[in-house]
Design a protein around this ligand. Structure first.
Ligand code: GAP
Length: 510
């Protein structure tokens, strides 16, 4: 079962700071809200995740290539893409607490509470009826449950319609009708609902008038769209083909909480797959399945993932799925798979006045390709790995340890090498071993404290293999290799360290 709780989340955040994974940005000045820095171990984990995603997309697919486009783009990009007009969140303020919320979040949280009541009834009934309990029948017939389900459905219908129609008055009405109170002030003293654009802007050059206004990109995808013809022509790409990119994106999130889950500056890993019109739904299915498989390959159990089909679509999409992850605060969006039709390319064609059509040698037709997008937040993926990995273990000898069960191939440090004592030539031997390994693996040398303490420190950052150099090493060139999760130790020749680590890292990839 997935491990969720607020308490666990707090521990993970504290652990991430204590062991150099994630720090609050500008902590010295009391921090900058919803902006974070990655520390010495965090940056390694992040780079390993990026590397795995990049290889999975670009290296393992003949027809997907990479791109690194600039963060600043011509401002008309954002008019064409619809972000200037439609990249808004409906916000509402509580007049007493002066806190601002996303109106749809408040309503969704209300529905989650109703769902919580259903779950409670099911739990009670299961306890009462024991083995004879028929959950399906109970959900369909229990009066209270049926009433809650009807309420959820009716609220959801109103919410989806209000969002589709951009009917802010109806959103406010829903909040009033449901008697939603501000969690801080406890009052229902709300303002009207207003739209709030999420893009940051700044100015290019020295003039400070509006003609120089540029935006910090809110998604990396537009850099791919405006370069699609450049890449297609110079790479002689044939449809279907993809362009992948990893880079920073910026959103002025109002409700920015939950650590690195919702940030104002974050990183995306996106891939746009250009396809022949009419084939997009097949490719949409294909990429949905591929991405689920990819997540499974990380070695995190299946029950941590859930697919969610969007009813309320972004302005550019005609179909969308989220891959949700069981974070400590519940199931939340990790990755989006979107069918974006020809929305973006056609809009850029219109706004730029340049043709972005593709001549298909097979059908001998020119057309604007359709696009299927896979878009994952690197920071959210990082958080999923971190929150899955965190374990507090009671050991057989009664002691406790905190171990980060990070999939070994993603671990920040792969091999730690310890001389048993700081004398008798053992440190020199340990350094010699590191010198032989460091071109293949990120290694770490440690000689301070007793061996047990050194193991604990590396458990806490998720190092999968610890090598100990002892006096026997000097006689027969063997060392012990200790595996993080099982804590099992084997005696092996020094020459075998590299192939064994290589083998085990590959085995551990799901
Ligand atoms: N190009 C499509 C796009 O940007 P999105 O669903 O808005 O779609 C894609 O974002 C992914 O980016 C999300 O699934 C999430 O992982 C990540 N993401 C979005 N906003 C984020 C934020 N404020 N902080 C961290 N990650 C975020």
């Amino acid at each position: 079962m997935a491990k969720n709780s607020e308490d666990r989340f707090k521990k993970i955040i504290a652990h991430a700071k204590e062991y150099g994974f994630v720090f609050q940005s500008s902590e010295l000045y009391d921090g900058l809200s919803a902006v974070y820095d990655y520390g010495q171990n965090g940056v390694e984990l992040k780079n390993n995740i990026k590397d795995y995603w990049w290889k999975s997309m670009v290296q393992y697919h003949e027809n997907i290539v990479g791109l690194d486009s600039a963060i600043f783009m011509h401002p008309r990009t954002w008019k064409a893409s619809g972000h200037l007009d439609a990249f808004n969140d409906p916000m509402i303020d509580n007049k007493d607490s002066k806190k601002r919320y996303r109106a749809d979040d408040l309503i969704e949280e209300h529905m989650e509470k109703l769902q919580g009541k259903i779950d409670k009834e099911v739990k009670k009934a299961r306890k009462r009826f024991g083995e004879d309990f028929d959950e399906e029948k109970f959900l369909a017939t229990n009066e209270r449950v049926v009433k809650y389900k009807e309420q959820i459905e009716s609220i959801n219908n109103r919410l989806v319609k209000a969002l589709e129609d951009e009917n802010l008055g109806e959103l406010k009405q829903l909040i009033d009708d449901l008697e939603i109170v501000d969690p801080v002030s406890g009052t229902k003293n709300w303002t009207d609902v207003r739209q709030f654009n999420l893009m940051f802007d700044t100015r290019l050059g020295s003039l400070s008038d509006d003609s120089n206004k540029v935006y910090l990109r809110p998604e990396t995808a537009q850099g791919i769209f405006v370069n699609y013809l450049n890449v297609q022509k110079t790479g002689r790409m044939k449809i279907p083909f993809g362009i992948a990119q990893i880079g920073k994106a910026f959103r002025n999130e109002i409700v920015a909480r939950q650590f690195i889950f919702r940030m104002r500056e974050f990183e995306q890993m996106e891939m746009q797959y250009f396809v022949r019109p009419g084939t997009e739904m097949d490719w949409f299915e294909y990429w949905k399945n591929e991405r689920v498989k990819w997540h499974r390959s990380l070695g995190i159990p299946d029950e941590y993932y859930k697919l969610y089909e969007h009813e309320n679509l972004a302005h550019y999409a005609n179909a969308a799925y989220d891959i949700e992850f069981a974070y400590p605060m519940g199931f939340k969006e990790l990755e989006g798979i979107h069918s974006r039709t020809d929305f973006d390319l056609s809009a850029h064609q219109e706004y730029s006045g340049r043709k972005v059509q593709y001549y298909d040698p097979e059908t001998q037709e020119s057309y604007v390709p359709y696009v299927v997008e896979t878009s994952i937040g690197l920071d959210r993926l990082f958080l999923s790995v971190l929150s899955y990995a965190y374990e507090e273990e009671k050991l057989d000898d009664g002691s406790e340890r905190i171990v980060m069960k990070i999939p070994p191939f993603l671990a920040p440090i792969k091999v730690a090498v310890f001389p048993l004592v700081r004398k008798d030539g053992l440190p020199e031997k340990a350094r010699e071993i590191i010198n032989g390994l460091k071109y293949d693996y990120n290694c770490h040398y440690e000689e301070k404290d007793a061996i047990g303490k050194r193991y604990r420190r590396h458990d806490a950052i998720g190092t999968p293999y610890c090598i100990t150099v002892d006096h026997q090493t000097l006689d027969d060139n063997t060392v012990t290799i200790r595996e993080r999760d099982s804590m099992k130790q084997d005696r092996i020749p020094i020459d075998n360290i590299s192939p064994i680590v290589w083998e085990r890292l590959r085995e551990n990839r799901g």
